[in-house]
Ligand binder design. Sequence first.
Ligand SMILES: [Zn+2]
Length: 408
Amino acid sequence: MTPHPPSHPPRTAPLGDLPPDDDAPLDPRTAPVPRYGSGSLADLLPSIAAGLGVPGMTAGLPLTPADRACVFLVDGMGWEALRAHPDEAPFLTSLLPGSANGSGEPITSGFPSTTATSLASVGTGRVPGEHGLPGYTALDPATGQLMNQLRWQPWTDPYVWQPYPTVFQQAAAAGVSTCQVTAPHFEHTPLTKIALSGGTFLGRLSAEDRMDLAAERLAGSDRALVYTYYAELDGNGHRYGMDSDAWRGQLAYVDRLAQRLAEQLPPRSALYITADHGMVDIPEDTEARLDFDEDWELRAGVAQLGGEGRMRHVYAVPGAAGDVHTVWREVLAERAWVVTREEAVELGWFGPGVEPRVRGRIGDVLAAMRDDIAVVATRREPKESELIGMHGSVTAAEQLVPLLEVRT
Ligand SMILES: [Zn+2]
């Protein structure tokens, strides 16, 4: 079928205004690829666990072993944004390369740069092509429905969707005192079960209490692995944008939390402060926010729209994938990398390999934004479409996350 007329009106400035190639579609090979195997979130826990002597773990990151290791994951704290705010984050800034106590260079989140995908990469120590959480929403090929990977809606058996054990489970089985110190409401969620379970779950509402408890748990054993988490930097970035007092206030709070934890570390500990992804602010105008629900060209031949504003999984009706690819490339042109599923797999966006059970969850076409734009969907995703800060794509602002180290 032909889901769109053979020619459609120009979407960008007339050609005469620009050099001829400036609005040509981007070459997919120019998109940054996560550093799977040597510098991505999926490498973090296996590297730490290898240092703790957990069998079967490979150290992709050059971390010095410690008897007690703690990961503090700050949702949405991108490397670039952190570096741009030394006044709000004096403690974290003191840990950046080039400063007195400076440690590591950034690592990459993984693809897409979104929480569900990243937490699964962290917890399983596997790339998205293996753990199989390929975005914020993704198609369940068994039902033909979109599934929200963060809220796990509609429900599907989590252990079928993500069958691998977590690194926490493997560490606990190897005799390492293992726990997660996070918000109480995460205890029984499917995402926690398949990404972050193993050892003891400790829910605390207060973030200060989490820091204190994390330090206490580290001190309580000679061989410990502790994970702790803070969500609200991301939440405020989404609601108010990173260029807001609310976001800057949250960053200052995160800085105090990290220092509070660092100052309580017992001897022979390593604290790693990292994040699941960064963020970009999307201007509030229709040029920057292309509305899928109001755009007949983008909708033509599309059965389901997955992912999120910064990275779309586009699932085509049977036979239309080629046309959808062509139209999305033309519409987004130089503003996004628009690739086929085969290209994304071959270029390694989801890791060196994508397992057969995961393949059908990936869009027939993927659109990863390069510029500060988003493909929103004001009718099917009214809440998400109103967000100011967004993430999901492969830009440095979204992909690069800190890996800061404090040692005792
Ligand atoms: Zn987020």
